[in-house]
Design a protein around this ligand. Structure first.
Ligand code: SAH
Length: 230
């Protein structure tokens, strides 16, 4: 079984590449894919670049071209919930696109015909993450993640997303990856470590905590891989 591990930015996959050690590099469809054998399991690792379009392309490529049968996403996010502080981990139960808007036709935010507002993440992988959290002695929160092609650094926008989607965190890739994996029947798991509070200080907080939060997320993801290999 081949497992895909994806991030959006180089900092999000650097700790993963470091952990696997040796890998083969392949250029494909405008991106770089890293293939490695890790504890007997095949991995394909990549960062997509930021946003829904690039993450859609990478997730699709990992499944359709590289044959990944499960996909794990590791990265950082802005917090909506007051309970999430910088460095905390959130596992997505379901994901929505907060910037998808054809409400002029009477549809709800995040909805297009033949789509769905929310895509649910794989329950077995979420259950596995609970075991991993217990073993690592880490408290990991579960919640709804909202995705859009915007870096949110505004209290009003963040609160609106929280209210409309019941979202606990926001970022720029999760829901698009979810749509791809759901359509291709590939179980997926989206993990994010908080880098900022999506408020007026978000860009400063992001710059300060990107690396440490990305490492938090990556370490947890690699423990998930260890469990999947067992
Ligand atoms: N500093 C980068 C841009 C980062 S965009 C540069 O200049 O190149 C933010 C990235 O982190 C996205 O991949 C997104 O998924 C995540 N993220 C973290 N905090 C976020 C926030 N407040 N709003 C949206 N995305 C956020």
């Amino acid at each position: 079984m081949k497992i895909a591990i994806m991030g959006a930015m180089p900092e999000e996959i650097a700790p993963i590449l470091e952990k696997v050690g040796e890998y083969k590099t392949t250029k494909y469809a405008g991106n770089i894919y890293y293939e490695a054998k890790y504890n007997g399991v095949d991995l394909v690792i990549a960062y997509s670049k930021i946003g829904k379009v690039f993450s859609t392309l990478t997730a699709t490529t990992m499944c359709e071209h590289f044959g990944a049968k499960k996909l794990l996403f590791s990265g950082v996010a802005g917090a909506i919930s007051e309970k999430l502080k910088v460095g905390d981990l959130i596992v997505a139960t379901k994901l929505a696109q907060h910037d998808l808007d054809i409400t002029a036709f009477g549809h709800p935010f995040g909805y297009v015909p033949e789509g769905a507002v929310y895509v649910e993440a794989d329950k077995e992988l979420i259950d596995l993450s609970k075991e991993v959290a217990k073993e690592m002695g880490k408290s990991v929160q579960e919640g709804i993640i909202a995705t859009g092609d915007q870096f949110v650094a505004d209290e009003k926008r963040k609160n609106w997303i929280g209210e409309k989607f019941g979202a606990d965190a926001l970022e720029m890739e999760g829901a698009s990856v979810a749509v791809v994996c759901d359509a291709l029947d590939v179980p997926f798991f989206i993990l994010r470590a908080i880098s900022d509070a999506a408020d007026m200080d978000a860009s400063f907080s992001f710059d300060e905590f990107l690396e440490t939060s990305a490492v938090e997320s990556a370490e947890f993801i690699m423990k998930m891989v260890d469990k999947l290999v067992d």
